[in-house]
Design a protein around this ligand. Structure first.
Ligand SMILES: [Zn+2]
Ligand SMILES: [Zn+2]
Length: 317
């Protein structure tokens, strides 16, 4: 199973302005001077070994879109602004998949805003199937893509487009995967997806507020996450933010992600739906803090690997 991340930010695409780029370059140059880099230096190795992630790369700017590659058809979780880049990449690959199945967690803007910019949707012969738990998803996508909100009406999409209901707690076969949907606590409701192929499992669970005041030992999500090889988890907030001024905003924090993942015996926890106002440097620190917390439980038989999603990350299970 191969999972490709095209968008990882929550709420709104994130900024990458000139001051941020200059800060990365400055950090790299200072480190190069310190290390005595010259023409003989292996620059790739220097970047990987001597520069922090925030200086040598970026977590990206796009809102949620995650591709799960299938044999002939593909699964896509959410249609945030990352969907545009996925569409361009599909064109570069040459042969289109036989069908593009898009699982929509919910209709909040950051999860559907990429659709009007998804070039394959304008291409005759391409088959796109939307799967959603929200019964009004087609009407909502049509509103988003109609004047005066967008100049090109939804009816002008030339692809063969279909909508399929995806009710919670029912296993469906989609694109060669077994997909189980689960309703999540979020304003207006959202759905997470447990996706299995062979003996591999990925869970895509974003826009869900898990709280400390609900006993996590009895959380129904322990079963939904159980033994997943990869759990893509909404960790938009720090523990302090989630408990203080952002309670009831519909998102989880990094520490409760670790607690749920440990108890569900998840192998790899992937922090996702990053707060768009955080810089790459802030997110490096956020990942470091989360790993430090996870390492407090090192004596557990199941060691939990924690990573942070970024645009361009590929995970092969
Ligand atoms: Zn969101
Ligand atoms: Zn949302």
């Amino acid at each position: 199973m191969e999972i490709r991340f095209w968008g990882c930010r929550g709420s709104l695409p994130a900024t990458m302005n000139h001051a941020m780029i200059r800060r990365k370059i400055r950090c790299a140059l200072e480190q190069a001077v310190r290390c005595g880099v010259d023409e003989a230096t292996d620059l790739e190795a220097f970047m990987d070994q001597r520069l922090p992630f925030w200086a040598r790369a970026a977590y990206g700017v796009n809102t949620p879109c995650v591709e799960i590659a299938g044999e002939e058809e593909i699964l896509v979780c959410d249609a945030g602004s990352g969907l545009r880049d996925l569409g361009l990449d599909l064109l570069r690959r040459g042969a289109m998949p036989a069908a593009v199945h898009i699982l929509l967690s919910h209709p909040h803007w950051d999860h559907i805003q990429g659709l009007p910019f998804f070039i394959p949707a304008y291409t005759p012969g391409v088959r796109i199937v939307f799967h959603a738990g929200h019964p009004e998803m087609e009407r909502l996508l049509r509103i988003q893509q109609s004047p005066p909100f967008f100049p090109v009406d939804f009816d002008q999409l030339a692809a063969d487009i279909a909508f399929e209901p995806l009710p919670p707690d029912t296993v469906r076969e989609i694109a060669g995967f077994r997909v189980l949907s689960c309703e999540q606590p979020h304003p207006g409701g959202s759905y997470g997806f447990r996706i299995e192929a062979g003996d591999k499992t990925v869970v895509y669970s974003t826009d869900a507020e898990h709280r400390w005041d609900i006993d996590i030992l009895t959380s129904p999500f322990l079963e939904f996450f159980r033994d997943a090889d990869l759990l893509i988890f909404d960790a938009q907030y720090t523990y302090a933010d989630a408990c203080l001024d952002k309670e009831d905003w519909g998102h989880s924090n990094n520490l409760i992600g670790v607690e749920l993942a440990r108890r569900a015996r998840v192998k790899r926890l992937c922090l996702f739906h990053h707060e768009p106002t955080l810089s790459d440097e802030d997110l490096d620190k956020f990942l470091e803090d989360t790993r430090r917390y996870a390492n407090l439980f090192e004596e557990d038989e199941s060691s939990l690997d924690v990573c942070m999603a970024y645009d361009g990350l590929n995970v092969v299970l």
